[in-house]
Design a protein around this ligand. Structure first.
Ligand code: PLP
Length: 374
């Protein structure tokens, strides 16, 4: 988290314990803190504060968008289209809706990890109620052509939701320019606290709430607000808005240094996903003849935290659904790791990672080769 975010959260925790729904002055102070945060989050995406519903993060925002829209559709439309490379918070949610008799279609990604507008055009029909495509992918960083995709959805009378959890605070976003109806974001992706996020709901669009109870968030999400976390969310949004270009340039330079360093120092490496249309902090690299999980552990021992971008469930390594959807071979999907950079990284970190990488990879390759001969 940014230092100013931590400081704000601590100060709010210490000094402002009121419940924002209370009428007394302690409550009203808490409410004014939430209102200020709402204004800053709205500003980050070019929205109005009334359109922002605070949630517990990106997962809940996606759930509220998908369940909220489908819970309210009164027409005979029964189809939802989402991309094949969505985060589980979208994929699992629509799968759950599927069981409630919604028909779900997956729009494919190409080998660069892009969702092409013509693919959506081919599969969309007049009975489509909702299309949901993420702005930037969390595993490979590819930025999708949201404006064109939303236009196609609207031309067929469907609503458009965008999961902007990976792009908000990193790319300049205007909900008006994107032309979408619903947008999810999460504070911890841009130096804010975990467990807090927002759903932007275009003015006039009604959703059925999935948290019912009190009248918080204009009856769109019941429950007493986490005032300290929201105060930190507001500060993170403010910093992101002011420093977005500068931060993404700094982080992008480090990412490029890391990527080109690894590609030239380690043989049998290749970047996954297009390098042209990507958020600045992500690179996903395949290491030939390496099991991703072993590399993750070996790097962790060296103090370098990476991710395989896939879930390791009950001891079985699940290949990434994103890389699979791009049509990559099993040996490439199972040998890929993701490096995500942030403001806490320096050139020293990058140079250290590039320096140790050939040794670590070489050792793993020799181990797996001797394992094969036994
Ligand atoms: N959507 C995307 C694209 C993500 O990358 C993530 C988290 O990594 C989420 C949704 C879930 O957000 P949260 O962790 O705030 O629940």
């Amino acid at each position: 988290m940014a230092e100013a975010v931590t400081e704000t959260i601590l100060a709010t925790m210490k000094n402002h314990f009121g419940n924002a729904s209370s009428v007394h002055s302690f409550g009203q102070t808490a409410k004014s803190i939430i209102d200020a945060a709402r204004g800053k989050v709205a500003d980050l995406i070019g929205a109005t504060p009334q359109e922002i519903v605070f949630t517990s993060g990106g997962t809940e925002s996606n759930n509220l968008a998908l369940r909220g829209v489908t819970g309210r559709i009164s027409t005979k439309k029964r189809r939802i289209i989402v991309s094949a490379i969505e985060h589980e918070a979208v994929l699992k949610t629509v799968k759950d809706l599927d069981e409630q008799r919604w028909s779900i279609s997956l729009v494919p990604a190409d080998s660069d990890g892009l969702i092409l507008p013509e693919e959506l055009e081919k599969m969309i029909t007049s009975d489509t109620a909702l299309v949901s495509v993420m702005h930037a992918n969390n595993e490979i960083g590819t930025i999708q052509p949201i404006k064109q995709l939303a236009e196609i959805a609207h031309n067929h009378g469907a609503l458009f939701h965008v999961d902007a959890v990976q792009s908000a605070g990193k790319l300049p976003i205007s909900v008006k320019t994107l032309g979408v109806d619903l947008l999810s974001l999460s504070a911890h992706k841009f130096n804010g606290p975990k467990g807090v996020g927002a759903l932007w709901i275009k003015r006039g669009l009604r959703l059925s709430p999935h948290n019912t109870g009190g009248r918080q968030e204009r009856s769109r999400r019941a429950g007493t607000e986490n005032v300290p976390a929201l105060s930190g969310f507001g500060v993170a949004a403010d910093i992101a808005k002011q420093k977005l270009v500068e931060h993404s340039k700094t982080i992008g330079n480090l990412r490029d240094r890391l990527e080109s360093g690894i590609l030239s120092a380690v043989s049998g490496t290749v970047v996954n996903g297009t390098e042209k249309q990507r958020i600045a902090n992500t690179t996903n690299i395949s290491f030939d003849r390496i099991e991703a999980e072993s590399l993750l552990i070996a790097l962790d021992l060296e103090g370098i935290a990476v991710s395989t971008g896939s879930a390791c469930s009950s001891g079985t390594l699940e290949p990434s659904h994103v890389l699979k959807a791009m049509g990559l071979s099993p040996h490439r999907t199972q040998s890929s790791i993701r490096f995500s950079l942030g403001l806490g990284n320096s050139q020293k970190h990058i140079d250290h990672a590039v320096e140790i990488m050939p040794r670590v990879v070489d050792r793993l390759r020799r181990l797996s080769f001797s394992g094969l001969r036994q």
